[in-house]
Design a protein around this ligand. Structure first.
Ligand code: TXA
Ligand code: MG
Length: 348
């Protein structure tokens, strides 16, 4: 299949390009498009055959449910039933934006979107291109992150091409995703609201609205199997082995230098994902990719996946990263790094 790549203005998308993408969606094709979190791989959420193509293109097991993206609140009631008041309060406060709500699924939605379970994940994205596309298509759009299963999410059109060229109809190139990490997934179907995946909306800002919120991501190794591969360790993984270091700063930097030296002595190439402040201390220990200032978690979030892919493209054997902390966006960064490291945390 020939994948069409269309360059769209990220702030003011050209109507004729959006119309072409909407036509492709309505014809049952897959269209990758930018959102403020990461690129999504979209299919008409009301078309079971189109949704099925997503799993094939991504090489993703059908047991992993897909988020339905909506343009307006009216669409929410076509996808979900018995919507609790708290969902509407959260929607008013955080939509459009990087928050996904798990609700009870309405009959009209094909079961393949959530593999038979009677729930549905819904999000209203904020990116102008995503909004224009959803409005033009006038159907909810099912979209996982536009990467091959288990690889780091795509934050640029070039990443989507790398993973999916020849397997999907179209890519809308709207530049870099502004957040760079996926949405926060909040399950509202149980007795207490549970965050299944920390993401672009921080736990602190959610707790201001939902004080009894639980953080309940589950980490399951590939061999243990999982109901939802979104919970797998080895998710967002680079090809290289990644080691996540945690502990006192000075000792962690020493340990990273030591580990890099050992690897290089064994003939391995080493890549480092580093905060600007750590660059001097780690000079000469390998191929360094700067993430941004240590205190600027927004900047780090924007670059994390892109820098992982960059080091992969350079063919490093090993990637070393220091824990960025867990406050604010740090909770999402920690989650992605732990999964990329497949749970291999080095406590110093
Ligand atoms: O930021 C995002 O959420 C991006 C953009 C494209 O919107 N999408 C995204 O989709 O990250 P995906 O498929 O890569 O991750 C969706 C996560 C998975 O962990 C999946 O298991 C979970 O949401 N999820 C989806 N539907 C669910 C449901 N009905 N119940 C529980 N978890 C669900
Ligand atoms: Mg994903």
């Amino acid at each position: 299949m020939q994948t069409r790549l269309l360059n769209v203005d990220p702030d003011d998308p050209q109507p004729e390009l959006i119309a072409a993408a909407a036509r492709a969606l309505l014809a049952g094709e897959l269209v990758a498009f930018p959102t403020e979190t990461v690129y999504g791989l979209g299919a008409n959420a009301l078309d079971a055959d189109a949704l099925g193509k997503i799993f094939v293109a991504k090489r993703r097991p059908t047991s992993d449910p897909i988020i339905a993206h909506i343009a307006d609140l009216e669409q929410l009631d076509t996808l979900a039933r018995d919507v609790p008041e708290i969902a509407r309060i959260l929607a008013r406060q955080f939509w459009p934006g990087p928050l996904t709500l798990i609700l009870k699924r309405a009959e009209a939605v094909p079961g393949i979107i959530a593999e038979g379970r009677d729930t549905i994940a819904v999000r209203m994205p904020a990116h102008p291109v995503a909004r224009a596309l959803l409005a033009a298509a006038a159907v909810p759009v099912g979209a996982p992150s536009a990467n091959t299963f288990t690889r780091p999410s795509a934050t640029r059109a070039a990443h989507v091409e790398e993973d999916l060229a020849g397997r999907i109809a179209m890519i809308l190139d709207g530049g870099s995703a502004t957040i760079g990490l996926e949405s926060t997934v909040l399950d509202l179907t149980g007795p207490t609201p549970r965050v299944l995946r920390p993401g672009g909306v921080t736990l602190e800002s959610l707790r201001a609205v939902v004080p009894d919120l639980e953080l309940a991501p589950s980490y399951v190794s590939v061999s243990e199997g999982s109901q939802s591969p979104g919970q797998l360790l080895k998710h967002y993984s680079p090809r290289a082995r990644l080691l996540l270091f945690h502990g006192d700063e000075t000792r962690v930097l020493d340990a990273m230098r030591q580990r890099a030296k050992e690897a290089m002595a064994m003939g391995q190439t080493v890549g480092l994902l580093v905060a600007d402040e750590d660059a001097t201390a780690l000079e000469g220990t390998g191929d360094m990719q700067r993430l941004g200032p240590a205190g600027d978690l927004d900047a780090i979030g924007r670059r994390l996946f892109a820098n992982m892919r960059e080091l992969d493209a350079r063919g490093v054997d090993l990637m070393l990263v220091r824990d960025p902390g867990r406050d604010g966006l740090g909770a999402a960064l920690w989650d992605r790094l732990l999964r990329a490291a497949e749970g291999q945390l080095i406590e110093v």
